[in-house]
Design a protein around this ligand. Structure first.
Ligand SMILES: N[C@@H](CCC(=O)N[C@@H](CS)C(=O)NCC(=O)O)C(=O)O
Length: 349
């Protein structure tokens, strides 16, 4: 636990990394909420956490960060979540997590399988308990533990709980990085504007990180964090045009959806099957929306239960707002999202 005063100071310093004050807002009632979230509108992992915050009706201070480094006319603008003050806050969370840093690139972003990436969103600060929590899965479980009302997302009954957590773990390990950043050799259906930014994304990341290493050479903890991130992102660059790697990522995802079809048929979980809405539904919902955004909805053409699951999840107000609407508002336009956008009329949040 970090002292309240120090945490307030560290969170304020990290918040200062957000260039536009209009992206610092309070969501829900109250002016000094207990929770503070550092996140990005477009980030899948952030969408999971915001969906849970909305389901739990928990107010929070929202710091919507720009997570792409860009090239402006006067030079490189580093992503806001690479800012030293934000990384210092993540290092507080890392001490509690006690995992090795990420040491390579697999296309996955799971802490469980890949190690800790010090330079990503989301990050939660609990100002009441003085805790800083990293990793969307851990954050969501933590938030669910805050109160049982208005919904409990992780069931108490051991079998139901184990199945929900198994599904959450499956979603956490989907190769979302590979699917978003990678150039598929056969059918790259991502919007053109997204493809264009993915041509330079790794170079800009590494350039920004190298500059930050130079600027912070006197702070070895920061340097180590930036170096780990460079290792991961350099690995990503090597495989983003690699046909075998990209095909494998897509095949693995297809297989996970076939497994999902089987699990939906077995009725072991899912709001579709009469179970109450759970963390598994929230995670699958966000990820299925992302697959749709990427033009990959054909993956469930022959999976009728998954197709019905997608339809049901898209109507959930939390997913409509935090996954569908947030993606439409913050990412390059993808025509695949047009049909899903109907959720705004059907289920206004
Ligand atoms: N295991 C982490 C992964 C976090 C992660 O990979 N975040 C992505 C967005 S979903 C990110 O910040 N990407 C920006 C970057 O890598 O620079 C979690 O679930 O929170």
């Amino acid at each position: 636990m970090t002292s309240r005063a120090l945490l307030i100071e560290m969170a304020a310093a990290a918040r200062a990394a957000v260039a536009d004050p209009a992206r610092i807002t309070t969501v829900g009632a109250g002016s000094q909420p207990r929770f503070e979230l550092f996140h990005a509108a477009s980030s899948l992992c952030s969408q999971k956490v915001r969906t849970v915050l909305l389901e739990k009706a928990l107010p929070y201070r929202s710091n919507d960060m720009r997570i792409l480094s860009t090239m402006a006319s006067d030079g490189l603008v580093a992503a806001e979540h690479y800012n030293p003050a934000y990384i210092r806050l993540r290092l507080v969370a890392a001490r509690e997590l006690n995992r090795a840093y990420v040491s390579g690139y697999s296309g996955r972003t799971s802490v469980e399988s890949e190690g800790f990436d010090p330079c990503v969103v989301p990050l939660l600060v609990d100002h009441d308990t003085g805790r800083v929590i990293a990793d969307s899965q851990r954050i969501c479980i933590y938030l669910d533990g805050v109160s049982r009302a208005p919904v409990q997302l992780v069931p108490d009954a051991p079998d139901a709980r184990a199945e929900v957590m198994r599904q959450v773990g499956i979603v956490d390990r989907i190769a979302n990085g590979a699917l978003l950043y990678g150039f598929h050799p056969d059918a790259d259906l991502r919007p053109d504007a997204l493809k264009a930014s993915m041509q330079t994304v790794y170079d800009y990341k590494v350039m920004a990180l190298e500059r930050l290493i130079g600027d912070n050479a006197g702070e070895p903890e920061l340097v180590a964090a930036y170096r780990a991130k460079i290792v991961k992102e350099s690995g990503g660059k090597k495989v983003c045009h690699d046909p075998a790697f990209q095909r494998a990522a897509r095949e693995q995802t297809k297989q996970l959806l076939i497994d999902l079809e089987r699990d939906l048929a077995a009725g072991s979980f899912a709001c579709l099957n009469g179970h109450t809405f759970s963390l598994a539904d929230a995670f699958w919902g966000v990820n299925l929306v992302r697959l749709n955004y990427l033009g990959l909805a054909s993956m469930w053409d022959a999976l009728p239960r998954v197709a019905r699951y997608v339809d049901a999840l898209a109507k959930r107000p939390s997913l409509c707002r935090e996954a569908i609407q947030a993606s439409i508002d913050s990412m390059p336009h993808a025509r695949y999202m047009d049909a899903m956008a109907d959720c705004r009329a059907e289920a206004p949040a």
